[in-house]
Design a binder for this molecule. Structure first.
Ligand SMILES: Cc1ncc(COP(=O)(O)O)c(C=O)c1O
Length: 393
């Protein structure tokens, strides 16, 4: 009999189990809401990126249903063959107006937008200068581009400057940061990096996945938040988190977008969004423009919950966004914390190495605009109880 050529995967999984780092997928049995049911248990949900509650917003739901009735469930092709529908073009026009850039291209996900764009605009003679905590999709795009990757320590602008100073001035360089870092909830050093990009002639790129719909006027992102309009060449946003549906986009000049239409591989080689997704995203932009009080509610909730965790004595790191880590230390402890919270009715995902540094394992909390004060107070009470039980506070 043939021996199993994948047996090494089983032994890697066994190692994860021994380390207490093996996770099963929690199954959502209801809608993606602030209080919902995972694995047969009703919990306060602090693990979703549904910042504004738009996954279940009536206007998005209705727009998706109407688009499905009119146009069917699939687009049937990649964008460059037969899969560009008028609704895809409308979404790109609406996003460009929203982001105040000349043009936008929409990808199937934020991951595809980052990886596809970095890989398309660079080649092996070029250099990517990247924050150490940038998202995996940026790193994958950089690897695919075959450019040289230079990583500077998280938010260390002086270190980024030293990297840039040592590079030939004629060399093409991409300087790139997340707008909001997904594991720590802190903001990228965007103003300082924009100044560096100008000094050293770099292409400046920001991944605003967790800032889309959260930071800036009407949720336009960190470029708007920091007043950096016109100084960032490539802005990536996601439609999968606060926007409530699915997708990613790149905002920039008309030529950048035309180039990506011709060279970004996820755009060229993967089928476009179902019309329902595009329609839901258009409705989400309407909500951001017409109901900005949702964003205010998100921030009020974030402040309440973050200050509650801090008052209890938890280490919440450097968070400046609705993402608040609760740092436990080693991986097994963070996973235990997450499991105990869940048993007590609070879902906060545990994160350990290699997603975060080995000694900074944590549970990550994300509040949304739709959590009630009672739900958040309940979650704080559970954190207090379990935190004391595990001697984290
Ligand atoms: C910082 C960051 N960039 C990009 C992405 C990818 O976005 P999407 O989920 O739309 O693929 C994520 C999501 O996990 C993220 O956290």
């Amino acid at each position: 009999m043939r021996s199993d050529p994948l047996a090494y995967l089983t032994s890697e999984l066994d190692t994860l189990k021994q380390q207490g780092l093996y996770r099963h997928l929690r199954i959502l049995e209801d809608e993606q809401k602030a209080k919902t049911t995972f694995d047969h248990r009703q919990v306060v949900n602090l693990s979703s990126n549904n910042y504004l509650g738009l996954t279940t917003h009536p206007r998005l739901r209705e727009a998706a249903l109407e688009a499905t009735r009119r146009f069917g469930v699939g687009s049937g092709s990649v964008r460059t063959i037969a899969g560009t529908m008028e609704i895809h073009m409308e979404l790109e026009r609406r996003l460009a107006a929203f982001k105040q850039t000349e043009a936008v291209v929409v990808f199937q996900s934020g991951f595809a937008a980052n990886a596809g764009t970095v890989a398309a605009v660079l080649s092996k003679e070029d250099v990517v200068v990247s924050d150490a905590l940038n998202h995996a999709s940026i790193i994958d795009g950089a690897r695919l581009s075959r450019a040289t990757i230079k990583v500077f320590p998280h938010k260390d602008v002086d270190a980024a400057r030293r990297v840039l100073r040592d590079l030939p001035s004629a060399q093409r360089k991409l300087l790139i940061t997340d707008g909001v870092f997904s594991m720590d909830g802190d903001l990228g050093a965007l103003p300082e990096l924009c100044a560096l990009a100008e000094e050293f002639g770099c292409i400046m790129m920001v991944d605003d996945a967790h800032a889309s719909g959260v930071f800036g006027k009407n949720g336009r992102g960190t470029v708007d938040h920091f007043g950096m309009h016109g100084r960032v060449d490539i802005q990536v946003g996601t439609l999968s988190k606060a926007i409530g549906a699915l997708g990613g986009y790149v905002a920039g000049t008309r030529d950048l977008i035309d180039f990506l239409y011709h060279r970004a591989r996820p755009f060229l080689f993967s089928t476009s969004h179902p019309p329902a997704v595009a329609a839901a995203c258009i409705a989400a932009i309407d909500v951001l423009m017409e109901e900005p009080q949702i964003i205010d509610r998100l921030w009020e909730n974030a402040r309440f919950f973050k200050s509650g965790l801090e008052a209890l004595g938890f280490d919440t790191g450097l968070s400046a966004s609705p993402i608040t880590p609760v740092i436990a230390g080693e991986g097994a402890l963070a996973m235990k914390l997450s499991d105990r919270l869940f048993q007590e009715g609070v879902f906060a995902q545990g994160l350990a190495f290699p997603t975060v540094p080995r000694d900074k394992a944590r549970v990550r909390t994300i509040v949304t605009a739709t959590h009630t004060r009672d739900e958040l107070q309940f979650a704080l009470d559970v954190f207090a109880k379990v935190g004391r039980e595990l001697e984290i506070i």
